[in-house]
Write a protein that binds this ligand. Sequence first.
Ligand SMILES: *Cc1c(COP(=O)(O)O)cnc(C)c1O
Length: 514
Amino acid sequence: MTETRSTPPELDDGGGGLLPAAFDPQLFRENSETALGKLEKHLSDQSIRGLELTDPAVLTAAARSLMTAEQERIAAFDEERFSGILDLYLRTGIQVHSPGYMGRQFSGVVPLSGVVDFVSSVVNQPSSFYEAGQLPNVAERIMADELNRFIGWEPGRFAMVTTSGGSLANLTALLAARNTAFPGVWARGTAAAGRDRPAVAVGADVHYSVSRAAGVMGIGEDQIVRLPLDDAHCIDVGRAGPALTAAAGRGLRVFCLVASAGTTSVGAFDPLDELADLAHARGIWLHVDGAHGASLLVSDRQRHLLRGIDKADSLTWDAHKMMFVPAPCTLLFYRDKAHSRGAFRQQASYVFDEEPDIYTALDSGDKNFECTKRPMIMTLWTLWAMYGPALFAEKIDYLCALTARAHDILEAEPDFETIHRPDANILCFRYRPAGLPESEVHRFQVAVRNRVKFQGNYFISKVDVHGVAALRVVMMNHQITPAHIRMLLAEIRKAGQELLDGAETREPQKGTIL
Ligand SMILES: *Cc1c(COP(=O)(O)O)cnc(C)c1O
């Protein structure tokens, strides 16, 4: 270990040395202005950029070269060093604000939400307890009511907690469902389930976080009942009933059916209305994983995709996807607030009050996994307060219309194959130039995707659909227009032709970044 300090701290002048300087408000302002200037430039740059992947070793060396060599005392502030760190950060990331970015569900955030996040980081008011984050806790209640207008649950009876991401929300909802169906398990462990083997039913295309959550809860892979999908990639209600009956016959007691409102792979919406009837007739909790698609509730045009959501027992809603705020910002809703206390049945005298008063009544620490939790609602609530719901509805409508147009453009191109009609803003397709053997289609899509990625203009993803790879775009940026989609197709054709011509398939060297 290196020795970093030999003299004892000076207690009468706040530590002495350069410690106070690191907290100087004037310096803070200057640093912020440096960052803001760079961010303004970053946001103004509308050039088409995909992902410029840097060799991690090169980036590590660049990052290390920016670090102070000072080990003995606090280093004096070096403006140039700070500027270099910011430049490296902005240059090497995923370019969510460029029209070349179409590959993932991370959103091009509304810039104002970044400003609020910045404030949150400085004031640091964790939001699991009212006494620490008063406005965030009130804003959570307000946003719960505002969004519930679109869900349609009984006001005063439902509940909402924020969680650090949709994966954690899914785990929390599954815990609440499990503890409701098997009340003894929290105290006595899985033995309390007796001969019943707790099980979860999911659509075959469910997000991996759901089976991961099941694993965390001690529910094995073979206790996950995968329900068959129909041609539109949604849970096939007609075949789901028999699948549940067969599972019961194998000794599985399905306590939760997870439907997806927007699957990650193709953006398909399961039929919630019918699935709710099916689940409730069998005493099964219906959880809706709307991490991607719940935001469509805010749009008059798209809301029909979630018909029946009012019958669900719980709902995961990622605002950091289609509400365009920084990650993480996830809302987990329960139709019945009594269930929100069922996920974690604990007592901890240092934080949980025995007799809640009007202040502690807003605490969520007993209902969410996190102890210290970001006041993530502040970004969403501020946008809602400033612009109203139409900001979200308009952007969502644009993205869905753009994706439908992309589908139509592809339909007209004989060398492209469409796979599904997009419900929302996710579209999968294949590039199949004449003469490409059937046996090569899978490998070719992967190779095309990688080549497009390394060319650096467009960032798209890939996913297996019915076991065969497909190219995938996720429209998260309203600055993308149909012209960009046509340019993407040209880029894909070029990459594909180069591959067919046997051109060098190795990734181009991107050695230097500075
Ligand atoms: C993104 C996503 C998740 C995971 O949410 P995170 O916020 O990334 O943890 C879960 N389910 C679906 C359907 C998703 O699209």
